[in-house]
Ligand binder design. Structure first.
Ligand SMILES: Nc1ncnc2c1ncn2[C@@H]1O[C@H](COP(=O)(O)OP(=O)(O)OP(=O)(O)O)[C@@H](O)[C@H]1O
Length: 355
């Protein structure tokens, strides 16, 4: 594991450290420290488990095991890893919900667990699997409560709400009780709620989980615009590599509480030698597609044929465009789609590839 760690840290990690300080009222941070800065952060849970009929044993779970990274103001970074890797625990420490067991952690120069309330005015959090909205209230009433809780100045609240309503398409939904919203509608409602107080940092934990293709596209487009227009710093946890591909130039991989990779998504695919899958529907049943590597790019292979449908694997770090162009030119193509490898598979291959 150490080797993967060593090999893989090649990315954009330090970029923009110089942009990290300088807001009125912000604590001066240590020379060049990132807007989000973790140094050797640990979180150890003490748990008791059954060790016989009556006996219980105490043992430790090192959910986060010495993580260090920096995120510059305005960066949008993917934070990915398999189930139980330590992602949510990290985010909970970044919001101040959990106190680290060791190491140093700062967000905008603030120690989250010591000054949770002060930090709350500067961060927004969306947990895809849970809502921060009031279940029985219409969206608009939830927003009014947040307006008061965060003491958001009236004009700023109006502007932010209007903007979120427009860009997240919430106009028809404001009077609907949250419990009657679909998952995608509720998620858009939650994202708006996290942004009403104009946070400088947004933590998103699985913001597209369970959403249909159209809702996913809406959420991603909104986040892109938010980041481009307001310079909001975003830390995004997801199991959907397309979220990362479309939103983040930088991705960090965590596993067993340790940072295994920090760099570009293309770099991650290279380290893991992972493959994407092109699924094509032809007009009629044909033998497996065979293409000249010169035109379609190297590493393309037909892996499955089922009637008119064929599956072609190709390196995930390569563009699908030349391959699609080639197939369209040489075969009677009806339809196609590209499937991303899942994160677990990419990480598994990353380990396999380590010397
Ligand atoms: N409150 C807790 N008490 C004891 N163990 C915990 C607690 N919270 C998390 N853990 C353990 O810490 C480890 C990391 O959990 P965490 O929820 O941070 O993972 P995750 O990467 O967010 O996973 P997922 O993708 O499944 O949400 C897991 O082994 C989990 O069981």
């Amino acid at each position: 594991m150490g080797t993967v760690d060593g090999v893989a840290r090649q990315g954009t990690g330090g970029d923009g450290e110089e942009r990290s300080v300088g807001r009125a009222g912000e604590e001066p941070s240590a020379g060049g420290e990132g807007f989000i800065a973790l140094d050797g952060v640990e979180k150890v849970f003490q748990v008791r488990r059954r060790a016989g009929l009556l006996r219980r044993e105490r043992h430790e779970v090192r959910a986060v095991d010495g993580i260090s990274f920096q995120v510059a103001r305005g960066e949008m970074v993917g934070y990915i890893g398999p189930n139980g890797a330590g992602k949510s625990t990290t985010i909970k420490m970044l919001t101040g919900i959990l106190t680290p067991s060791g190491g140093r952690l700062r967000v905008a120069g603030i120690d989250p667990s010591r000054e949770r309330t002060r930090l709350a005015h500067r961060i927004g959090v969306v947990f895809g699997q849970r809502t921060t909205l009031w279940w029985d209230l219409p969206l608009r009433d939830s927003y009014r409560l947040m307006h008061r809780m965060y003491r958001i100045p009236e004009r700023r609240y109006r502007e932010n709400l209007d903007r979120c309503v427009e860009l997240l398409d919430l106009g028809q939904l404001l009077e609907v009780p949250v419990r009657q919203l679909s998952l995608g509608q509720r998620m858009r409602g939650d994202i708006a709620a996290a942004l009403l107080h104009d946070p400088e940092v947004l933590y998103l934990d699985e913001p597209t989980i369970g959403l249909d293709v159209v809702s996913k596209a809406k959420v991603r487009q909104f986040l892109k615009e938010l980041n481009a227009e307001r310079g909001t710093t975003v830390l995004l946890t997801t199991h959907d590599l397309t979220d990362i591909e479309q939103l983040c130039r930088r991705v960090m991989v965590i596993d067993h509480g340790r940072l295994m990779y920090d760099g570009s998504l293309a770099g991650l695919h290279e380290v893991g030698e992972s493959e994407r899958m092109l699924v094509v529907d032809l007009e009629r049943e044909l033998p497996p597609i065979s293409l000249d590597p010169e035109g379609a790019g190297p590493g393309v292979r037909a892996v499955r044929v089922e009637g008119v449908r064929q599956w072609l694997a190709f390196p995930a770090s390569a563009s699908a465009a030349p391959l699609v162009a080639r197939i369209a030119a040489e075969y009677p193509l009806m339809d196609l789609s590209v499937r991303e490898p899942d994160i677990e598979a990419v990480i598994a291959r990353m380990y396999e590839a380590a010397p």
